[in-house]
Design a protein around this ligand. Structure first.
Ligand SMILES: [Fe+2]
Length: 206
């Protein structure tokens, strides 16, 4: 897969599996090659079209904080997604060895859903005049679970995976989540609640 680079300061386009796996190494754990390529295609589009249409460079995306809501903590958005997917894989393994009944966890869908749950965030985020990352007007109108599903639908992502994207956040509280979505939802909030805790503690010290 060739990578077209306009200049180091411009977003790269035509990112394939190898390039997206630089950001998210767990992408390579998806066994179904077609699904793996589709997940990469969704992220490619999110990166190229996010930030109010300006697109993101890898460097800019890597610098985005985990959450704009948690205050100043040492964790980035990309690190959070990588943390969640690893938590999901670990949780699935523990559940499968702990429950005496069979748990029908679809691992490829779980990993794909974990990697795509926040793929709408590059569209939700924009930069203000000072270059600070903020929730843009579009992001206020259409939060990332919705844009995430829109992007995923465009690239033929299976319904089981779109369900995880759609229901992972509070928008999904009124729905019955699938097993994979339950696992991701909790992993996501483990990170988020700890980030909030640490953010509050940091604010008290300063
Ligand atoms: Fe999210």
């Amino acid at each position: 897969m060739t990578t077209m680079t306009k200049s180091p300061s411009h977003p790269r386009t035509n990112l394939g599996v190898a390039e997206i796996a630089e950001l998210f190494p767990s992408l390579l754990k998806i066994k179904d090659e077609t699904l793996r390529a589709k997940v990469a295609a969704v992220w490619n589009e999110a990166i190229a079209t996010g930030c109010g249409g300006k697109g993101w460079t890898f460097e800019e995306l890597r610098a985005v904080k985990f959450t704009l809501l948690a205050g100043d903590i040492e964790m980035t958005f990309i690190e959070h997604l990588n943390s969640c997917v690893l938590q999901c894989i670990a949780i699935a393994g523990v559940l499968e060895s702990s429950f005496r009944c069979d748990i029908p966890i679809q691992h490829d869908y779980l990993i794909a859903g974990a990697l795509l749950a926040d793929c709408g965030k590059p569209l939700e985020f924009d930069k203000d005049a000072s270059g600070k990352v903020v929730q843009g007007t579009f992001g206020q109108q259409v939060r990332h679970p919705f844009t995430g599903v829109a992007l995923a639908y465009k690239h033929g992502i299976p319904g089981e995976v779109m369900h995880i994207i759609a229901t992972h956040s509070h928008e999904g509280d009124k729905m019955e989540r699938s097993i994979e979505s339950i696992i991701f939802h909790h992993a996501d909030f483990v990170d988020f609640d700890i980030a909030k805790f640490l953010g509050k503690r940091a604010a008290k010290k300063s």
